[in-house]
Write a protein that binds this ligand. Sequence first.
Ligand code: NAG
Ligand code: NAG
Length: 646
Amino acid sequence: MKFSKRTAFFLGSMIIISFLFSNIFSTSNVDPKLIFTEKYFDIGDKVNNLIWFVQITDIHISIFRDPSRITQFKDFCLRTIDAIKPITVLASGDLTDAKTKDQVGSTQIEKEWQYYRDILRETQIQNKTLWLDIRGNHDSFNVVDQHSKNNFFTNYSIQGKLFPRSYMYQIKKDNATYSFVAIDACLDPGPKRPFNFVGILDKQEIDHIYEMMKVLKTSSNYTIWFGHFPTSCILTHGEESVRDIIGKDRNGLVYLCGHLHKMGGLVPSMYTLQNAGFLELELGDWKDNRMYRILAIDHGIFSFIDVEMNEWPVVLITNPKNALFINPQRENVDSIRTSHFIRILAFSLADITSVKVKVNKENWLHCRHVSGPLFVVPWNPHLYFDGLHDIQVFVKDKEGRTRIINQHFSLDGTQLSFNIMPKILLSSNANVMFRMMFTIMVIISIGPLLFVRYLYDLLKVGRMSKLKRNQSIWKLWIRKLCLLSTIDRIFWPLVLYPLYLCVGPWSIGYIIEEHIGVIFAWGIYIRGSFLPGSFTYVYGFIQLVTFQVPLILILAHGVDQRYQYSILKPGRKRSMLNMVCAQLPFLILIFVQLEMAYFFWLAYGTLAFVLGPLRTWSIFVALALWHQTLTFPISCVGSKSITRIT
Ligand SMILES: *[C@@H]1O[C@H](CO)[C@@H](O)[C@H](O)[C@H]1NC(C)=O
Ligand SMILES: *[C@@H]1O[C@H](CO)[C@@H](O)[C@H](O)[C@H]1NC(C)=O
């Protein structure tokens, strides 16, 4: 998702709504019964019981934008992978951009997939590592099903030929089995953007995941789950959420994902510990931020670091691990408490010449190279049994590049807490939030109108004392709304339009390839399938915020002006400036709506544009209502009591 004012707006709304529903957050106290006591290791200075691997996400290979995305991706497959020598690379979706030149429309572009395939071929990636790729929402834009000619993932990716959807790979090393489970929650059928933002696991896919979990239970020691969508953006068929499912895997250390692009940089470290017992780590994109991630499992303890391209040397402390990511439900913390060595992985383009460690304010200790990227130095963990401590590592390579990293560790279970924003974004449920945002906006759009109409009815029968003239801005606007609500021919369309958005079709058009679909607030019907709505609610929300609410205010003001000039100040001529000012907000509103309708046309084509009550028709509704406002017979305004309100 591209960052825009719109994103910032969602974010703001999501925060507010989330605070209202704070029970969706995880609490950080771990039930002592859940504390993990298996898989104890005596951590020494050997290179055994250690694997490291890499994640990259949201590559967005595009033939229209930013060619360096492609060349630098090739460089990543060559120099970066050669320097790190990961056992596997997880490419977690949005491999290609699949957007048209205007950046609004979307379809699969074969040329982009050819770039992806060719780079992996030319760099002989499969001779160097195990490349595990999976689809993201961009890889399923405009793909009607797996057998569609548009589903290039099957032909051009590395795993797609064997595994069109979710799959598992197991790697055996030093008597341990490491399982990598890829979750494909892409919509099937896959609509064009933007109604492709939230993923779904249908029954078939969930059954498939449960099949794989049988293997995880009997013959695996550690599981790394990964997929494109964060768990907050995955709907599931049935009662269980994707978090419940992953949480059942006692060997599951982490769920790795992408998709949110660090919210355009607003939330740089999007990490959290889910209640279900696993870490969830969103990785910044390759697309604009050129990020990737190095991860390690060292003697059953998981650690990772997010790195920007060309940032060498890269340093990852695997023991003692970063206090923020301690997970006592899945890792045996005793292994760290009784360990004999500090263990560090250091990678660079040139040989590493020096690795030094400093704990708290003590002296620097020189580390010994064991083999590959592993450096160790003996330590005495008993000195650090209480509270939080600092560890600092300095690394230098042969070409003079240096890096210093600093982090906290704790050996007594002291836990740091995650930031609130990542917690909200990863532990909430996007679908519920989006629906709530829409519902609240519908209420805001019609509630006040109905209320003042009710108020007016009371006035008419004289059950309520008349309002006094008052200049306060609130009362002024209440008066305007009151006036508006008495004019049936404007009032009813304004109330019915938001209600229509709740029930009626928003648009009918070519939602996927040559297939006609119907978009409703609650979902999309296409080719006999139903895709439950969730991003649709955001669309409706935006429509109400940018169109409905301003329209009500503009009309209320217009009615009031006309009323004042024709009844209260008859004969007084309106100045030119006054006339222009009165028209201007309406013109801006129409212009904005035209632009949004144009974007809708780019996204879904002419048919959807013409048969589009949501965007296109609303313009005509607005024009008709504005015409009414300028011409309504003054006698339409209810009884005399309103006159006295003023
Ligand atoms: C791997 O390397 C061998 C030679 O070292 C070569 O013959 C083979 O084609 C390579 N495979 C791939 C997938 O690049
Ligand atoms: C992995 O699990 C198997 C049994 O499931 C066990 O025999 C083996 O010791 C385990 N390996 C490690 C390194 O924990």
